[in-house]
Each structure stands twice: as structure tokens, then as C-alpha cells.
Design a binder for this molecule. Structure first.
Ligand SMILES: *[C@@H]1O[C@H](CO)[C@@H](O)[C@H](O)[C@H]1NC(C)=O
Length: 242
């Protein structure tokens, strides 16, 4: 699927449609859009206040929760009508990522903390520190809940950490440097970092994209012993390409 080039901060695929055309939602710099997964056509959108940067987005029931960058303000949209919107405030330091297991909201704020929020009161009910081998992993960014784990991309890197939300420990890493290198090699010079993970639970499909990436990718993972070049410490908590 080809996207109109956008600064994608988070996205999700919903499973309410069995067809390949399951809608996906993108919050952009200033809009939340519902996009046809097959064609990229925009089906619905809500233009946000120009000073707001939409970040993490997740769907719980009929409600789309969104947090915003550099603010403690969040919004709840009706999935069927983006004009129906309520505002909330949260106590995370900032708004970076959101995900849900269908019961609680998981949130990130760019630190090493992974929060749990009550979806009704929006109060923080639990916080764990994301760690890999005793080291804190900072810049926890976009979140997705997949098979009982939180998958989090580490800002400014090509790495996704698979995190246990029980204790914050990173159970394994996903390296996507080849994907971004491929885009660079094929002439997309202006692309920015990996910045979006979406899981289609019903069809067990994994999608990734990034800021100013021209495409949304459906990817399949294969197990490897470790990063082909450099240590995980070098690749993941710090970017290897910058
Ligand atoms: C969406 O909600 C708004 C605000 O409640 C309402 O004015 C509008 O008619 C709704 N649109 C649709 C298509 O239902």
C-alpha cells in the first residue's frame, strides 16, 4: 500500500472487518485518518488543532484513544464518527505511545517507563521500567499489544523491543535496519525513523511504517541469533544510522 507521504506517529489496524480492506487509523501531525488498507484511500478524518501533534493511538471497544506530544492532553474519538470527541488529561510525563489488551491502556512517554492506565478514569494504575540486561531502555515510543506482550519501537532506532508488561523486561528484539536500508537504497532519501507498528490480530498480520516513509509494510519475522553487525547495545538504545 502506498501512502501520501505523511509524518506517521502511530497507527493501528482494526479487526472489525474480515476483508482485506480492514480500515486502519493514522494520527498525523494534525489529523486522525481512517484509511483503506488496500488502496490507501482516506475514508474519514479529523483535522486536529494545528498546535497538537497526535501520537499514540489505540482502539478499545468503539473508542479510539489518542495522546499528544509535549502535552498531557489526550482525546477519545468515536470510531464511527471522528467528530464525536472528548478530551482527557493523563499523568504520564508526555504522550508518545498507546496500546491496549482490551482491558487496560498501555502508555509510553519517551522515557524507559511503561504505564498502565485505567480506560475509564485515565489514572495510572501500574508503572514498570523497561530493561534489557539490567540496563534501562529509554525512548520507548510507539506501542502495540501482540500475543500478551508489548512491542515497542525505540525512538531513533530500527529496533522493536518485545517487552513483558508484568516486569518491563525485554524478552527479545526485532531488527528492522534492512527494511530502512532498502528504502534508502531504492532512492527514498528523505525518510525518517521507524515509527509505527500495527497488529491485525484476526489475520495475524504485522505492519510497520515510519515517518515520511512512502509505504506501509506487512512483514514476517524470522529468528536470528543476534544483530548481524554490532551489539544490541549499539544498535538499539542508540541509532546505528545517525
Ligand atoms: C457525527 O457527530 C457529530 C457531532 O455529534 C454530528 O453533528 C454529525 O451529524 C455526526 N455525523 C454522522 C455522519 O453521524
Amino acid at each position: 500500500m502506498t501512502l501520501r507521504v505523511a509524518f506517521v506517529f502511530a497507527f493501528l489496524v482494526t479487526s472489525f472487518s474480515k476483508s482485506l480492506n480492514a480500515p486502519i487509523f493514522f494520527p498525523e501531525q494534525s489529523s486522525v485518518r481512517k484509511v483503506d488498507l488496500q488502496t490507501g484511500k482516506v475514508l474519514d478524518q479529523h483535522q486536529m488543532d494545528g498546535r497538537m501533534f497526535g501520537e499514540g493511538l489505540t482502539l478499545l471497544g468503539d473508542r479510539l484513544f489518542q495522546v499528544t506530544w509535549l502535552k498531557n492532553d489526550g482525546f477519545i474519538y468515536d470510531r464511527h464518527n471522528f467528530s464525536k470527541r472528548e478530551k482527557f488529561t493523563h499523568k504520564m510525563r508526555d504522550g508518545w505511545g498507546l496500546a491496549t489488551d482490551g482491558k487496560v491502556l498501555f502508555g509510553s512517554d519517551g522515557t524507559s517507563r511503561l504505564y498502565q492506565l485505567d480506560p475509564v478514569s485515565l489514572e495510572v494504575t501500574k508503572t514498570v521500567t523497561v530493561k534489557y540486561q539490567d540496563n534501562e531502555v529509554s525512548y520507548i515510543n510507539e506501542l502495540e499489544y501482540i500475543n500478551g506482550e508489548i512491542w515497542a519501537n525505540v525512538w531513533q532506532t530500527d529496533c522493536i523491543a518485545r517487552v513483558s508488561h508484568e516486569d518491563g523486561l525485554v524478552v527479545s528484539w526485532i531488527f528492522l535496519h534492512e527494511l530502512r536500508q532498502h528504502l534508502l537504497d531504492t532512492g527514498y532519501r528523505a525518510i525518517d525513523v521507524l515509527n509505527g507498528i500495527a497488529w491485525d490480530e484476526e489475520n495475524q498480520r504485522l505492519f510497520v511504517t515510519g515517518k515520511l516513509w512512502p509505504k506501509l509494510y506487512e512483514i514476517k519475522l524470522r529468528p536470528i541469533d543476534g544483530p548481524p553487525d554490532g551489539s544490541i547495545d549499539k544498535m538499539c538504545p542508540r541509532a546505528s544510522f545517525y
